[in-house]
Design a protein around this ligand. Structure first.
Ligand SMILES: Nc1ncnc2c1ncn2[C@@H]1O[C@H](COP(=O)(O)OP(=O)(O)OP(=O)(O)O)[C@@H](O)[C@H]1O
Ligand SMILES: [Mg+2]
Length: 493
């Protein structure tokens, strides 16, 4: 955000004069903070140099004027006294030529002396240094008492102020010596020194501005790069890296920024991958559900439907039974068909969802599943329940844990070639842990999880997702040849 000089001043003045609810310092601060870093540093340097320059110039000028002025007045007094002393004898012998010579000599030897003259005891001009006649009212412009040391007064002339000192000659009995010393040379000296100081200030300001421009360029270059890179990151582009220009705080900031963008890029890639996996998982679940429905429909049609149809035919046959013996035989057949159908329907219902999970809870359903599993796969399962008692968990937690353990045990049966599996369900300090451990061949879990989508394997991924959905976490520890352990931790079941 750069504001040009003119509009900056205009907006500053506007903001100061416009009546507003904010106080003056608040408005001034709002304005200062709105300008760019470069303008701030430049403004600061310029203001400091100008303040310093102006302060030093004023101080030097005042002190110099004071000192030189005192010197000038002293000089005026000493010259007048000298003139008075030297002209005494000349006056007494009335040597006018000698007096004039003395006056000229005094003026020539001292460039500040504008005039010198001698008055006699009656105030008449005896001799003077004016070429074009003695000014009319000069004699009366200053006077000194006979017993005074001297008297100095300032007289305004075209050239500026002249310090006129009158000194009595021979205690006033012989007359008065007067000398006028001009300030002009002193003023010129002060003006020359002031000009030199102001020029030095201007030069230092220029150097200050150039240094500030260079400094702000050094400072703002990495900051500008950081701003550009941050903008890119805001738009989802994590590729820009900023250069480490120097080994200072800005360099550290650049490093920290680069590490942050690298982390963000990694996190973004992981998020995308997870999203892909989730979409894939969802598609698979929907397909699997459809497949399951088809299978159940087929089973109901082919098996249960057929069985019920044969029950119907059997019932008609019962009606037409020729003898009591035949009736009993046909009823017995029917009973067998009905019992087989009942068993098939029960099996179907159990596969769909074990009613035990709803009726008796996770512990009972797990024990039942483990018993069936051992009978089916000939792998002993040791189920241990610790700290849970008869306590029922939330239905979604029970279902998720049941499905996770079911999938883990199915994997053991399919791949592990294990001789023993143990399932531990433990509730400890408000946290629920489930550990499924086998002594089978083991596998590279991280690699399998990475390639799950590509290889169309969803068991492990589904386990992890289910654990995540109920606020838990799932980890797998496995090494080839050393068995596999699946840990599920649910902090607040
Ligand atoms: N307990 C285990 N012991 C040894 N290997 C295992 C074990 N559990 C999983 N695996 C390995 O991990 C792979 C992935 O398992 P996952 O359950 O994700 O998929 P799957 O069982 O092949 O397919 P799906 O479960 O989707 O029907 C398996 O193919 C197997 O190689
Ligand atoms: Mg599996």
């Amino acid at each position: 955000m750069t504001t040009s000089g003119g509009s900056l001043i205009r907006s500053f003045v506007d903001s100061l004069i416009r009546p507003s609810a904010a106080s003056l310092p608040t408005r001034a601060w709002a304005l200062i903070s709105a300008v760019s870093l470069r303008t701030k540093i430049l403004g600061m340097v310029l203001a400091l140099v100008l303040l310093l320059g102006a302060g030093v110039t004023l101080q030097v000028r005042a002190t110099l004027t004071r000192t030189l002025m005192a010197q000038l007045q002293e000089e005026s007094v000493s010259l007048s006294r000298d003139l008075a002393a030297r002209s005494t004898d000349l006056l007494l012998i009335n040597d006018l030529y000698g007096i004039l010579q003395l006056l000229r000599e005094t003026q020539t030897n001292n460039p500040d002396v504008r005039y010198a003259f001698i008055l006699d005891r009656d105030g008449r001009v005896v001799a003077h240094t004016f070429d074009g006649g003695f000014p009319a009212d000069l004699a009366s412009a200053n006077s000194v008492a006979a017993d005074a040391h001297h008297h100095t007064t300032s007289i305004w002339t075209e050239e500026g102020v002249v310090w006129d000192t009158a000194v009595p000659i021979f205690e006033g009995k012989a007359g008065t010596a007067r000398i006028g010393v001009s300030e002009a040379r002193m003023r010129a000296t002060v003006a020359a020194i002031t000009t030199r100081l102001l020029l030095t200030t201007a030069l230092v300001s220029l150097v200050g501005i150039l240094t500030a421009i260079f400094l702000t360029w050094l400072l703002t270059r990495p900051v500008r790069q950081l701003v550009e890179a941050t903008e890119a990151v805001r738009h989802g582009d994590y590729s820009p890296r900023v250069r480490r220009w120097a080994d200072d705080e800005l360099g550290e900031l650049a490093d920290a920024f680069n590490v942050m963008t690298a982390d963000l890029a990694r996190a973004d890639a992981e998020r995308r991958e997870r999203e892909q996996m989730r979409a894939f998982y969802l598609r698979q679940i929907i397909t699997a559900q459809e497949e399951e429905r088809k299978r159940i429909a087929r089973e109901l049609h082919d098996e249960t439907g057929q069985a019920l149809a044969s029950v119907m035919v059997g019932l008609r046959n019962v009606e037409e039974a020729p003898s009591a013996g035949e009736l009993h035989a046909r009823l017995a057949d029917l009973r067998e068909v009905a019992s087989a159908t009942l068993e098939a329907v029960r099996r179907l219902a159990l596969e769909l969802r074990p009613s035990m999970l709803d009726d008796l809870g996770l512990v009972a359903a797990l024990r039942r599943y483990a018993a069936d599993y051992t009978a089916r796969f000939k792998i002993p399962v040791d189920v241990q329940i610790v700290g849970l008692g008869d306590q029922r968990l939330a239905p979604e937690v029970e279902t998720a844990l049941y499905r996770i353990i079911q999938e883990a045990l199915t994997n053991v049966a399919k791949y592990a070639r294990a001789t023993h599996v143990s399932v531990l369900l433990e509730c400890h300090e408000g946290q629920l842990n489930a550990i499924i451990e086998d002594d089978g061949c083991g596998f590279d879990a991280a690699q399998v999880l990475r390639s799950a989508a590509a290889e169309n394997r969803l068991g492990l991924y589904g386990m992890r997702e289910r654990a995540g959905l109920i606020g838990g976490a799932l980890t797998i520890e496995s090494q080839t040849g050393c068995g596999t352990t699946v840990y599920v931790r649910i902090p607040n079941p």
